[in-house]
Design a protein around this ligand. Structure first.
Ligand code: ZN
Length: 198
């Protein structure tokens, strides 16, 4: 076997969560001892730890781990980065795509690192607005580029399954700094990602 992926969970956290989810299932009117539900609290406990693993990871370390000196100053764009997060108000998923660009100022990073930064911030309890600016800020602080642009388009299950029940609404957020504050640069980025943003 050349590759094995090992998942690790902290015993104390897992057992605490199992206890809570057992209680929650009971409070919601179900029988936590029903055959199909017996292992559910444990599965949920592990799933939630997976979905919030971003707290354990510092995105600056990710970007610094693959930071290369390079004399390019052309816009670097990574678009259509899949994104799955949890809204902090309902702990329900929101999901969509992130489009990110920066203009290097002597330093570039591995393209996969940009996607990992998105994962790291997404796997926390979030609001889409903060997620957008956190991604912009960490790229700015770590690579010190001439500018950073982030656009996120996402659907929120808390809107689709409950509340206003708007099935097809997509929330778009954006954050720009540096060169992207100029209309011309920002328009080029928006044209290149093919977004319907105006
Ligand atoms: Zn929500």
């Amino acid at each position: 076997m050349a590759y094995t992926k090992i998942e690790q969970y902290e015993e104390k956290v897992t057992s605490g969560l199992i206890e809570h989810y057992r209680g929650s299932i009971g409070l919601l009117g179900e029988d936590p001892d029903r055959e199909g539900l017996v292992k559910t609290p444990e599965r949920v406990a592990k799933a939630m730890q997976f979905l919030t693993q971003g707290y354990q990871i510092d995105p600056k370390v990710i970007l610094n781990s693959a930071k290369f000196h390079e004399d390019v100053s052309e816009m670097v764009i990574v678009k259509d980065i899949e994104l799955y997060s949890l809204c902090e108000h309902h702990m329900l998923p929101f999901f969509g795509k992130a489009h990110i660009a920066y203009i290097p100022n002597g330093w570039i990073t591995g393209l996969s690192k940009i996607a990992r930064v998105v994962d790291t911030y997404s796997r926390r309890l979030q609001v889409q607005e903060r997620l957008t600016t956190q991604i912009r800020d960490v790229i700015q602080q770590t690579l010190n580029p001439l500018g950073v642009a982030v656009v996120i388009e996402a659907s929120h299950l808390c809107m689709m399954m409950r509340g206003v029940q708007k099935q097809n609404s997509v929330t778009t957020t954006s954050a720009f700094c540096g060169e992207f504050e100029k209309n011309e640069t920002r328009s080029e980025f928006i044209r290149l990602i093919g977004s319907k943003l105006h």
